[in-house]
Design a protein around this ligand. Structure first.
Ligand code: ATP
Ligand code: MG
Length: 255
């Protein structure tokens, strides 16, 4: 099988009046099928922008992103919507749940958009609610539950369709360490058992230690990369902390 994702010289600029921000600045890398990729970097370094470009919810200013053999920067809106439905699951930084639906309905909606059978939807939804510990709040609306519960619901919704590519922006940001561990183990399971490729933005070194490879961004550029290889998670964690302490500033405060 070929490469899953190929990012070639991607740039994303935002213009505010005269000021131009280079949120992503000539970034190139490839992702192999089934990799569990992490993206780390200080606040404002371009992590969400990069993820949104991969998720096709934002358009590149320049460069190309190939998903298998398709250049997704060239697709029309209709083609993109089909592509997203077929291949992607997202977990946005601000969750993006629908406030007029309960948590359970939010999860079910993701599946009904794919026109799956009712019984399959029920079973899979049930499994995700159990897996992510949402039983007690399944009938509550997003504004009635905690940030961590909303975050777990967003994760269940993204994973319920078994996407080939899962894109997650700070999925453990609002979780305590136990809930974070459960979520990360679920990601690892999806990655190993279903061969899903995962792309996860995180500030947190512990969460990043579950990844097989980590890209470090600074001012929109990749400035370092770590590969887990045969190291244990504990050894990898130490290595991540070492890189973060080198970069100093906000990142190392979190850890
Ligand atoms: N819609 C926008 N308009 C203008 N500037 C933007 C926009 N979105 C992001 N930016 C700028 O682009 C840069 C990268 O932002 P981005 O949201 O990708 O950072 P981030 O690494 O995800 O940060 P955080 O860790 O705080 O979530 C920042 O300087 C930000 O201010
Ligand atoms: Mg962000």
């Amino acid at each position: 099988m070929g490469r899953e994702i190929r990012v070639e010289d991607v740039e994303k600029y935002y213009r505010n009046g005269r000021q131009v921000t280079k949120a992503v600045d000539r970034v190139s890398f490839t992702v192999e099928p089934g990799e569990f990729m992490g993206v780390m970097g200080a606040s404002g370094s371009g992590k969400t922008t990069l993820l949104n470009l991969l998720a096709t919810v934002d358009r590149v200013t320049a460069g190309h992103i190939y998903y298998q053999d398709t250049d997704i920067t060239e697709l029309t809106e209709d083609e993109l919507s089909e592509f997203r439905k077929k291949n992607l699951g997202f977990i946005f930084q601000d969750y993006n749940l629908l406030d007029t639906l309960t948590l359970e309905e939010n999860i079910e909606l993701a599946m009904s958009l794919q026109e799956k059978k009712k019984a399959v939807i029920r079973d899979e939804c049930e499994r995700m609610i159990g897996l992510l510990g949402l039983e007690a709040v399944r009938h509550a609306f997003p504004y009635q539950v905690s940030g961590g519960q909303r975050q777990r619901c967003a994760c269940a919704r993204a994973m319920v369709n078994h996407p080939r590519l899962l894109l997650a922006d700070e999925p453990t940001g609002a979780l305590d360490s136990r809930a974070a561990q459960i979520l990360l183990s679920t990601f690892t399971k999806m990655n190993r058992e279903m061969g899903a490729t995962i792309f996860m933005v995180t500030h947190d070194a512990f969460s990043a230690s579950y990844c097989s490879r980590i890209l470090f961004l600074q001012d929109g550029k990749i400035f370092h990369e770590l590969v887990k290889g045969k190291r244990t998670r504990r050894e990898f964690l130490q290595e991540i902390l070492d890189v973060l302490s080198l970069t100093g500033g906000e990142l190392s405060d979190d850890c």
